[in-house]
Write a protein of this length. Structure first.
Ligand code: SF4
Length: 402
């Protein structure tokens, strides 16, 4: 069967309303979020019911789509509240729900909501994909643990829309099917409370020698034995698109506005360039992805090239730039930008403006005033409003970075 290639949707994480705004303004076609309950990011900000209504309105005003993650593995005690929540999502106008538990799927089928099967359901073959499609799922978010050839095979044998992760953190076990966090801390990954215990540094302790840590590891690099690199399929985006998937997903509901804006802008440009007929991997895209906090990148299982997907030397992500603020207003007459502060910055510091559509530019901060017009020399307070002169017109929602 030949593959029908359509321009895939770019789907971004919305950990809170501000991140949702950033994702859509920087070029996502759709966003996914979790409510206060029933989604696998219990420690994210997540959305109240009022915020969900606001988010649906903001998204639909822009002609884009919004999906709700309801991907916990439910227990009996959850069912009544889940049924009520799903009815609310339906009435709110959410475009689809992501589910992994068959009980939740059954409840979702009692509403008009479209159903996407979450990656937590670990669909790794076309029979499983077809089974969920026959059950009423419109889309399957495939397991991350698949090669490009396997994705193609699933596409050729199943009429459901397919979604794959193209960027972001990986689980070292089959996505979410892991008891490490629950075992070590009592916080259950399958209830949205993972502590990312796989990224901790481990030593060996002999029972009779409490406090004596024996290193675990094969060489001098150390012992982060389960710490996965981050997925980045940007260099292979042509192959990804040619596999016929309908949606390219960015991981990271817990990540910053800076991460969401940066990753979305890069993938937006890359997808558009493929369909404009001039895709090649550009240094500016790779540089941008390097600036954002990340672990070393990997292609994960996509290429099946056997390269290591773990980092043994550290569990800390690296980043080349700091997120300092968001442009809330721009006065073209006085060439002044109004910034909402997110990180400390000061006069004489070199900063850059990362814009939703325009080019990134850099300048020195020559002076600074607070909201009342008083001259100041630094902006140390969280969410402080600061005005600075700019050397170029700057778009509202641009990010100020070091
Ligand atoms: S501990 Fe690590 S592997 Fe396990 S669910 Fe959490 S992130 Fe995934």
């Amino acid at each position: 069967m030949s593959i029908n290639i359509v321009k895939p949707e770019l789907l971004a994480p919305a950990g809170n309303f501000e991140k949702l705004q950033a994702a859509l303004i920087y070029g996502a076609d759709a966003v996914y979020f979790g409510g206060k309950n029933f989604s696998l990011r219990a420690f994210g900000d997540n959305f109240t019911r009022d915020e969900i209504l606001q988010a649906v309105e903001f998204t639909h005003e822009r002609g884009k789509k919004i999906y709700a993650a309801v991907n916990i593995f439910a227990h009996n005690a959850d069912l009544d509240a889940l049924a009520d929540y799903l009815k609310f999502l339906d009435s709110a106008g959410v475009d689809a729900v992501l589910v992994s538990d068959l009980g939740v799927l059954a409840l979702a089928k009692e509403t008009n909501l479209k159903i996407h099967i979450s990656t937590q359901a670990n669909v790794t073959n076309w029979r499983a994909a077809k089974f969920f499609h026959d059950l009423g799922a419109e889309r399957i978010v495939l397991a991350r643990e698949l090669t490009c050839a396997e994705i193609l095979d699933i596409k050729q044998n199943c009429a459901a829309e397919l979604e794959i992760f193209v960027h972001g953190a990986m689980c070292i076990s089959y996505s979410g099917r892991c008891w490490l966090s629950k075992f070590l801390t009592g916080r259950d990954a399958n209830q949205g409370a993972c502590t990312h215990s796989c990224r901790w540094k481990y030593n060996l302790v002999e029972e009779m020698r409490a406090g004596e840590f024996f290193p675990v590891g094969e060489d001098e690099r150390g012992s982060y034995i389960m710490n996965s690199k981050d997925l980045c399929l940007l260099p292979y985006l042509d192959k990804v698109i040619q596999s016929g998937v309908a949606s390219l997903k960015i991981e990271g509901r817990m990540k910053s506005v800076n991460y969401v804006a940066g990753v979305v802008k890069v993938y937006r440009a890359a997808i558009d360039s493929y369909f404009d007929g001039n895709f090649s991997v550009r240094d500016e895209w790779l540089n941008e992805l390097d600036k954002i906090a990340h672990r070393p990148y990997t292609t994960g299982f996509f290429l099946s090239d056997g390269k290591p997907t773990e980092i043994y030397s550290t569990s800390k992500p690296s980043r080349a730039s700091d997120f300092l603020g968001i442009v809330r207003d721009f006065d073209a007459k006085t060439m002044t930008a109004t910034i909402e502060q997110r990180g400390k910055f000061e006069v004489n510091q070199r900063i850059e403006f990362f814009q939703p559509t325009g080019k990134t530019f850099s300048q020195i901060i020559t002076s600074m005033r607070d909201e009342d017009g008083t001259e100041i020399f630094s902006a140390p307070h969280a969410q402080q409003i600061v005005k600075i002169p700019v050397v170029e017109p700057v778009e509202i929602w641009s990010l100020l970075r070091s």
